[in-house]
Design a protein around this ligand. Sequence first.
Ligand SMILES: C[S@@+](CC[C@H](N)C(=O)[O-])C[C@H]1O[C@@H](n2cnc3c(N)ncnc32)[C@H](O)[C@@H]1O
Length: 218
Amino acid sequence: MALGRRSITDPAIDAYAEARTTPPAAHLQRVHDATWRDHAESAGMLSGVIEGRLLETLVWIAQPRLVVELGTYTGYGTLALAAALPPDGHVVTLEVDAERHAMAVGHFEASPLGERIDARLGDALELLDGMGGPFDLVFLDADKPRYTDYYEAVVEKLAPRGLMVVDNTLLGGRVIDPPEGDERAAAVARFNVHVASDPRTVQVLLPGRDGITLIRRA
Ligand SMILES: C[S@@+](CC[C@H](N)C(=O)[O-])C[C@H]1O[C@@H](n2cnc3c(N)ncnc32)[C@H](O)[C@@H]1O
């Protein structure tokens, strides 16, 4: 099984960890395979087995009624988030690219979890503006340059025990000293400082995969 390429971890460690992680359900494996078969050029964006099981486990613990995902891509993360929802829970996923949105909707409809997912097409910031909270769990995985804007749009709508999960917060390690002209790395580095100095929240940046930050209210 191919691993997503977005990882700062030694590939052998990733392979070891993936081999000792519960394999994905058949519908998730199909999304994984179709994404790599038809969109190999962008398939590194797919969250994959380890992160998928992490998202599912966080949902299993938190039992959120409303999950919001920023950045659907082909729907792997969405389906992982939907897997352990409580009976009244659902996932709203936001995607700006019409082709990716359509592809993900196809995957949701072909899965046993389609009815738990509300896939919306549009710019995540604009869509968030029209959404009421409280958000019980948010997976932030859209365009990196606007991570701080997304954080600010979400933080006041977080439920008292809400959780924000933010992907790619190490961006291949480039956040430590962003290379000249690397706007994505510079933006994520600014985001990391912004969050770490925000007295409204408590966070932990996990140095696995490509960096995953878990954020909750203080
Ligand atoms: C890293 S991928 C998401 C991966 C997905 N969450 C998963 O777990 O497999 C990022 C996605 O964010 C989308 N995106 C970029 N800018 C966006 C925006 N302004 N609003 C919504 N989605 C956006 C991209 O088109 C892309 O599909």
